[in-house]
Design a binder for this molecule. Structure first.
Ligand code: AKG
Length: 306
């Protein structure tokens, strides 16, 4: 359970960091499963349906940056979506009825693992209301050096920023209004097993991993059960309802007055890129991460109340 103060912090800032929700054994299991995939990636030489590899990947020095569609790859990833402790926290921050929108597992190898360009998740998948968030589970300690998630506090209440370049959706902020927001970002640091949650409209990104080791974070994407996608509806209502995690299936979508940027014209090879944020963002010119940025203060780390 979160305290009222923690809930207020999330509502005001658009993010929160929480410890002590997952047990050591639960986190160790996720780490071991992920270690197994990292090991398997040694036998692969180019990105495929499971592995998204960085340049320089070899069997001796695997540079695995993402495991694609974790739900399909191992039951441990699917199972974590149903974790009662996580769902309780999410219900406090969102609404009683929650559906998922999939999982992402970014591994960010050491020695310069790719940055994730600044973006708002909402730009990728606008819904009928913006009661959506992303919950990250740290599978390694996250430090200043290894490419922590950088979050701009309060940005979820600001504008929906432009993510288009030359008329195409590039999955990264191109909006000049963001320039003054980047220096306000805070890094979400923490220990293995800590979780972070950020609102779908919160501006975030992460720099290259300059430590020697991996920085692995498993991300769960959640949405209010009555938030219906404006872009990609699952192939059937049954498939949509199979994504329910807790609460009642609502009779109809809830419409909220939220800013939306559509359409999202995409490159012709979008389907090939669809499971890798790194590929989706690769057309961006002028990455802010290519130049030195102001160092930010570590974010407040809050414990979950009993
Ligand atoms: O891995 C990260 O640092 C950020 C991930 C993220 O924002 C995403 O995959 O949408």
């Amino acid at each position: 359970m979160l305290t009222q103060e923690q809930v207020r912090f999330y509502k005001d800032n658009g993010y929160i960091a929480v410890s002590n929700i997952l047990s050591d054994a639960e986190v160790r299991h996720l780490q071991e499963v992920t270690d197994g995939f990292l090991d398997r990636s040694r036998s692969v030489t180019k990105s495929d349906d499971i592995f998204d590899l960085e340049e320089g990947h070899t069997a001796a020095h695997p540079r695995l940056r993402r495991i694609k569609r974790p739900i399909k790859q191992h039951p441990a990833y699917e199972a974590i979506l149903h974790h009662p402790g996580l769902l309780e926290v999410l219900q406090q921050l969102m609404v009683p009825a929650i559906r998922h929108y999939g999982l992402k597992l970014n591994l960010k190898p050491g020695g310069g693992g790719d940055p994730v360009e600044w973006h708002q998740d909402w730009a990728y998948y606008p819904h009928t209301n913006d009661d959506l968030c992303v919950l990250g589970i740290m599978l390694d300690d996250v430090t200043e050096e290894n490419g922590p998630l950088l979050i701009v506090p309060g940005s979820h209440k600001g504008p929906v920023l432009d993510h288009h370049q030359d008329g195409m959706f590039v999955g990264a902020v191109t909006d000049p209004r963001a320039e003054e927001m980047y220096p306000k970002a805070v890094p979400l640091l923490g220990k293995v097993g800590d979780i972070t949650i950020h609102h779908t409209r919160t501006l975030h990104g992460s720099a290259a991993n300059m430590s020697p080791g991996y920085r692995r974070i498993l991300f769960l994407t959640l949405r209010a059960a009555d938030a219906w996608p404006l872009t990609e509806m699952p192939e059937s209502l049954d498939a949509f309802n199979e994504m329910m995690l807790i609460g009642e299936i609502p009779a109809s979508p809830r419409l909220a007055e939220v800013e939306v940027r559509l359409p999202l014209p995409r490159p012709t090879d979008w389907l090939i890129r669809r499971d890798s944020i790194f590929e989706k963002q690769r057309d961006l010119r002028n990455s802010p991460f290519a130049r030195p940025s102001a160092k930010a203060e570590p974010a407040r780390q809050a414990d979950a109340a009993d």
